[in-house]
Design a protein around this ligand. Structure first.
Ligand code: NAD
Length: 479
């Protein structure tokens, strides 16, 4: 069993450290955030991640997981040192901020007393393996020590991070030192996953290319959703119909308010920057980001349209369900809810009422100046609201009682019912309308299907032919 230090005890570092300890290794998790380490030493978790508390507790009780802020203690006997610090976008910019990695690499080098393998787990720009090697060499006290650097990108998803770490689709390792990569691979043998060993640049690129592809799928289906809305088709059924094709697959074809989180947006921006810097013009990546930016506005634009058009949000009370960027996490980094709430405030909403099962404290900490009302639960959130926007796909929102919800919302003057914008397509449009909501999903064919016929007829007439109008489509129009 190996002696391991994990530098950076955030979503990735804590999961990595706890799971490697659970697999029988002796792990020290290190962070410069003293509060975080104090919390962990007390037995509390600084983040919400299903199943993590149990793994941490088991590893601590077994004496295989320690926490420290002290590099000397963390690096002393370690054979492997993981770097799992944050690599955010530089403020307002497009590239990855490598200052945390640089500081971590320097501190590691200054506290090394034995040969070691440094494993880059943070998502770092292509070429970072060489960069970390250089920083470490420059700051080594004992220049006779052998230090190898291995890239080992992480693919876990917040919300299912423990399961993803323990049951990965693949492990990727890249290094100029093949023997070091093979030694690092030994740590993952118990997981019985395919292991790809390659050079360091390819390993770093696999991570960016994977995230770029997944983000592309999301922007693709969001663009399809907009077209579906116009033409009267239902994007959920389109995705299901597409997904049966094994070449396409159903995953990541859920239309919604756009992707967020700490990875996709920053990684796509960083990859775009790398391509730009190499004299390329990454048109697809730029389109993926542009579609995503526009998509953030879609739920609020739908709400405004349902409330009566331009200016209709002013003076209204709006409920927002969900703050986290996805379900099962308290992480709000680049969450679509931020754009939705800011846009509602910008459009003059009288009151924005919000609720999230676990991200309320995160929101209060990150956005202390938000003029929002924090509510006790979904029904409290919807109380007296003219409209509701569901932003996060929490399971408990799927189980909402529409009748109870309708009962607490404000009845509209025209009797048309309160507005429900389902940003995650959790509900059946016809059913929600039966409950009395003016309901809109994303890409569920909100415009009259007759428009599709118009478009088709227009095209055909231009070509001088008559086209029969499909009665089925016209009668199932969503309006
Ligand atoms: P995070 O912000 O949750 O955690 C980073 C931690 O590093 C923080 O606790 C911070 O205090 C600590 N830190 C910063 N500088 C340090 C230093 N010099 N020494 C010691 N600790 C230091 O970040 P995260 O979400 O865990 O992401 C870490 C990396 O993993 C990023 O590069 C990210 O892109 C990548 N990644 C994240 C996910 C994810 O779902 N969060 C998935 C795959 C890859």
């Amino acid at each position: 069993m190996a002696k391991i230090c994990v530098v950076g005890t955030g979503y990735v570092g804590l999961v990595t450290g706890a799971c490697l300890a659970d697999l029988g290794n002796d792990v020290t998790c290190l962070d410069i955030d003293e509060q975080k380490i104090a919390l962990l030493r007390r037995g509390d978790l600084p983040i919400y991640e299903p199943g993590l508390e149990h793994v941490v507790r088991r590893a601590v009780l077994a004496g295989r997981l320690q926490f420290t802020t002290d590099y000397a203690e963390g690096c002393r006997d370690a054979e492997f040192i993981f770097i799992a610090v944050n690599t955010p976008s530089i403020d307002g910019g497009t590239q990855a901020d490598m200052r945390y990695v640089e500081k971590a690499a320097r501190s590691i080098a200054e506290h090394l007393y034995r040969d070691v393998i440094i494993i880059n787990k943070s998502t770092m720009p292509v070429g970072s393996g060489d960069y970390v090697t250089r920083v470490v060499r420059e700051h080594l006290r004992d220049t006779s020590l052998r230090v190898a650097v291995v890239s080992n990108p992480e693919f876990l998803r917040e919300g299912s991070a423990v399961q993803d770490f323990l049951q990965p689709d693949r492990i990727v390792l890249g290094s100029a030192d093949r023997a070091a990569a093979e030694r690092a691979a030994q740590l993952y043998i118990p997981l019985r996953a395919p292991i790809v060993i390659t050079d360091v640049y390819t390993s770093e690129m696999i991570k960016y290319a994977s995230n770029a592809f997944l983000a592309t799928k999301i922007s693709f289906i969001n663009e399809m959703a907009r077209i579906c809305d116009r033409l009267g088709a239902d994007v959920k059924e389109v995705a299901a119909g597409m997904g049966y094709d094994k070449r396409i697959g159903r995953a990541f074809l859920d239309a919604g308010p756009g992707f967020g989180g700490s990875c996709f947006p920053k990684d796509i921006r960083a990859l775009t920057h790398m391509a730009d810097n190499s004299g390329l013009h990454p048109q697809l990546l730029e389109a993926v980001m542009a579609i995503n930016k526009d998509q953030r506005r879609v739920p609020v634009e739908k709400l405004e349209a349902e409330l009566g058009g331009a200016g209709a949000i002013a003076g209204k009370t709006i409920a927002v369900l969900g703050l986290a960027f996805k379900d099962n996490t308290d992480d709000m980094r680049e969450s679509p809810a931020i754009d939705v709430i800011n846009l509602l405030l910008e459009k003059g909403a009288r009151e924005v009422r919000v609720y999230d099962p676990v991200a309320m404290d995160t929101a209060k900490r990150l956005y202390p100046d938000w003029r929002v009302t924090y509510c006790a639960d979904e029904y409290d959130c919807a109380k007296g609201a003219d409209g509701l926007v569901l932003v996060t796909e929490w399971k408990q929102f799927r189980n909402l009682n529409p009748k109870r919800l309708h009962g607490v919302m404000k009845p509209s003057r025209t009797g048309a019912g309160p507005v429900f914008i389902d940003g995650r397509n959790l509900f059946d449009p016809a059913e929600m309308r039966l409950f009395g909501f003016r309901y809109q999903g994303i890409g569920r064919g909100s415009r009259s299907a007759a428009l599709a016929a118009d478009v088709l007829l227009g095209a055909a007439e231009a070509e001088g032919e008559a086209v029969p109008v499909d009665g089925h489509a016209a009668s199932e129009g969503e309006e």
